[in-house]
Design a binder for this molecule. Structure first.
Ligand SMILES: NC(=O)c1ccc[n+]([C@@H]2O[C@H](COP(=O)([O-])OP(=O)(O)OC[C@H]3O[C@@H](n4cnc5c(N)ncnc54)[C@H](O)[C@@H]3O)[C@@H](O)[C@H]2O)c1
Length: 309
């Protein structure tokens, strides 16, 4: 059995929804858990310490170890404070689940700069504010695991969610670089695109009857996301730099492929008309590679060009 004995995990947004399930499962498997939650509304207003406290009580009542943190992830001080809580209370930090999030739905042409900024501040800035101090601790330890909770909205698109999708896709970019820079230090970083019934789903739909009657909503139990998140957070995990979707018990890799494309003849000065003429090759998804960094793409092109040095 995968265990977290002698390990310490931070889960942000762990007071409710999917984050709570991750925290309970990590604690059940032996991790000392920092249960971070600001306790605000779905769209990010207000705060309530009882939200994190309840999950800490639940973990302690079942024999686990946990401490509450009420800091908001959306400031550098908040991220620092969450990491400090782990180190001061438990002496180290092995796994970070960057999960805290807010949600609302706004048509793109009505999205204000404030709506945009608020969403990015919590999800994307928050991911940075949390992961940078955590990375420094992990680098010193020579060990660490990051799981960034992204979204299919960001990777594939979702109506009314330009701000949310941009923030979530941004976390994938952040995870990619942490994976590269963390590799020499035993630090792995992956992203998870979850589906799970929580208030994000129920409040957005607003109609409890729609939930009762819908087989898909019944199928996406939040407990079905935790196995993947917990695996990626564990010392058994050796994967890094990858994205996975967890939907109703279907666990699957989500990757960015680079098509072979069309290579214009050397010194041919290709025009827009040439691109149009070769569109089927330019836009083809097969064959493809999955670059592990920008350098893989560069090397593949220079090789085809016969360029050396
Ligand atoms: N539920 C889904 O189907 C789904 C799908 C894709 C992605 N996600 C993502 O999964 C994560 C968890 O979502 P959920 O569905 O459990 O929602 P939720 O609203 O039930 O839980 C989110 C928690 O994050 C906390 N939080 C919000 N802002 C915070 C901040 N600044 N600092 C600290 N805590 C904060 C909230 O208080 C809340 O308890 C989110 O990042 C969400 O975007 C969820």
């Amino acid at each position: 059995m995968i265990d977290f004995d002698d390990q310490v995990a931070v889960v942000t947004g762990a007071g409710r929804g999917l984050g709570r399930i991750y925290a309970l499962e990590l604690a059940r498997r032996g991790a000392a858990v920092v249960v971070n939650d600001l306790g605000g509304s779905m769209s990010g207003d207000g705060s309530d310490v009882a939200v994190a406290d309840q999950v800490v009580d639940e973990i302690v009542a079942s024999g686990g170890t946990a401490v509450a943190s009420y800091d908001s992830v959306d400031s550098p001080e908040g991220g620092e404070a969450i990491v400090r809580t782990a180190v001061e209370r438990f002496g180290r930090l092995d796994a970070v689940i960057s999960n805290a999030g807010i949600f609302n739905s706004i048509p793109f042409d009505e999205l204000s700069p404030e709506d945009w900024r608020r969403m990015l501040r919590v999800h994307l800035d928050g991911g940075f504010y949390l992961s940078q101090p955590a990375f420094r601790v992990m680098k010193n330890q020579g060990y660490g695991r990051f799981v960034f909770i992204a979204s299919s909205a960001g990777m594939f698109g979702q109506h009314l969610e330009a701000h949310y999708a941009a923030a979530k896709a941004g976390l994938v970019g952040l995870a990619n670089v942490i994976a590269l820079e963390g590799a020499p230090h035993g630090i792995l970083a992956n992203a998870v695109l979850p589906f799970g019934i929580s208030r994000m789903v129920t409040e957005t739909l607003g109609d409890p009857k729609a939930l009762e009657d819908n087989g898909f909503f019944k199928a996406i139990q939040p407990e079905l996301v935790a196995p993947l998140v917990v695996y990626l957070a564990s010392r058994d995990c050796s994967l890094s730099h990858q994205n996975f979707s967890a939907c109703a018990g279907r666990f699957a890799r989500v990757f960015v492929g680079l098509g072979e494309g069309w290579l214009a003849p050397t010194d041919s000065n290709p025009t827009a008309d040439d691109v149009a003429a070769h569109l089927s090759e330019v836009a083809a998804t097969e064959p493809f590679t999955v670059p592990e960094s920008i350098y893989d793409e560069v090397f593949a092109v220079t090789e085809r060009l016969g360029v050396t040095g």
